[in-house]
Every structure is written in structure tokens, then in C-alpha cells.
Design a binder for this molecule. Structure first.
Ligand code: GAR
Length: 197
């Protein structure tokens, strides 16, 4: 069994979906946010899970910020890290501390549309299909071995809100499933290969 820290910057609807699944919830030992006003922190507190704020502006550079987050994760006893809308780039040193044990969810079919504006970028590109990617994190942004992808249709009258909502419905279904596999040891990375038991 692998205890995890969940890192989130925003409203935390993915964290809420993770908390809804008991076999995942019991393994979340910390929630970290880079924003003191993140809804995810309230969700954690209400669930009785320790919540920490680590603010980017309190550190001289990305490396020291990332190491402070890594310290918080380790102090909580977490062996894995689940990014759930964490909108800060973590330095390579962070990845080195949790090799093959960081998961991310992203609102596009990677490698298309990485970055913070994935939903808007899909609309601007005029694609008819976008989607969701869950992947192990490597040292590049929104990059690393893909665990699961699912398509989401784009409708002609979509704006960023309607499309993101449709994407999140899929995220909330698949992320808890994948994280449940991970915490139970049934999902791991072997080199660049995703292994499921
Ligand atoms: C989710 O759509 C997630 O895929 C995205 O942020 C949103 C967080 O929503 N992550 C990224 O864009 C990572 N590059 P939430 O706060 O409601 O869970």
C-alpha cells in the first residue's frame, strides 16, 4: 500500500472525486496547495486530512520551492504524489525524490495541448475531439508515460467552461480508478513501461 500526498491549486473537484472513493481516501495523508485560497484545502480540512500551503513567492527559485514541497510530502509519510490541478512546475529535483511515483491528470490528449490552457488551446485549434490523460510525471511539463487516455467530444457551441465541465466529468471517473490501482500497488512504472497487475 502506498500513502499519497495530493497537490492541488484550484477548486479541487478532482480531489473531491478522490476523497469519494474510500480505498483512495484512506491513503491520502496530506494535501498541499501553492495557494492559500484553494478550495482543495477546505476539502482536506473537512475530511480531517492535514493541509499545507507552500507558496511559490516565499522561495527564491523553483528549485527551493519544489524541495520545500518534497519535504512536506516526506514529513507526512507519503511515498507517492498525485497532482490534481497543481498549476506550478516542479523542478527535476522533485521528480528525483519520488521516482516513478508521481501521477498527473491533464485535460487533453497529450502530447497535444500541454500547459495551463489546454482546454482553450483545443478550442482555438478547432479540434472535434479532445480528452483526458493520466500519466506518470517525468521532468518535462505534462509529459511522461501514459497510464490512461479517454476521448471527449468538442461540440460546435462549446466555450472553455462547457468543454472543461465535460472533460472534468471524465476526469472524476477515471482518476479515482487509476489512483486506487496505484495506492494498492497494482500500478507501477518499470523504466518507461507502465505495469498493471
Ligand atoms: C483539471 O481539469 C486538471 O486536469 C487540470 O486542472 C484542472 C483542475 O481542476 N490540470 C492541468 O491543467 C495540469 N496541467 P480541479 O481543481 O477542479 O480538480
Amino acid at each position: 500500500m502506498i500513502d499519497i500526498a495530493v497537490l492541488a491549486s484550484g477548486t479541487g473537484t478532482n480531489l473531491a472525486a478522490l476523497l469519494d472513493l474510500p480505498e483512495v481516501r484512506e491513503h491520502i495523508c496530506l494535501v498541499v496547495s501553492d495557494r492559500a485560497d484553494a478550495g482543495a484545502l477546505d476539502l482536506a480540512r473537512r475530511a480531517g486530512i492535514p493541509a499545507r500551503v507552500v507558496q511559490f513567492g516565499d522561495f527564491p527559485d523553483r528549485r527551493s520551492f519544489s524541495l520545500a514541497v518534497a519535504d512536506a510530502v516526506e514529513q507526512a509519510g507519503a511515498k507517492g504524489v498525485v497532482l490534481a490541478g497543481f498549476m506550478r512546475i516542479l523542478s527535476p529535483e522533485f521528480c528525483d525524490r519520488f521516482p516513478g511515483r508521481i501521477l498527473n491528470i491533464h485535460p487533453s490528449l497529450l502530447p497535444r495541448f500541454p500547459g495551463a490552457r489546454a482546454v482553450e488551446a483545443a478550442l482555438e485549434a478547432g479540434v472535434e475531439v479532445t480528452g483526458v490523460t493520466v500519466h506518470f510525471v517525468d521532468e518535462q511539463v505534462d509529459h511522461g508515460p501514459v497510464i490512461r487516455q479517454e476521448e471527449v467530444p468538442v461540440f460546435p457551441d462549446d466555450d472553455a467552461d462547457t468543454l472543461h465541465q465535460r472533460i472534468k466529468t471524465v476526469e472524476h471517473r477515471i482518476y479515482p480508478e487509476v489512483v486506487a490501482q496505484f495506492v494498492s500497488g497494482r500500478l507501477r512504472l518499470d523504466g518507461d513501461r507502465v505495469v498493471t497487475a
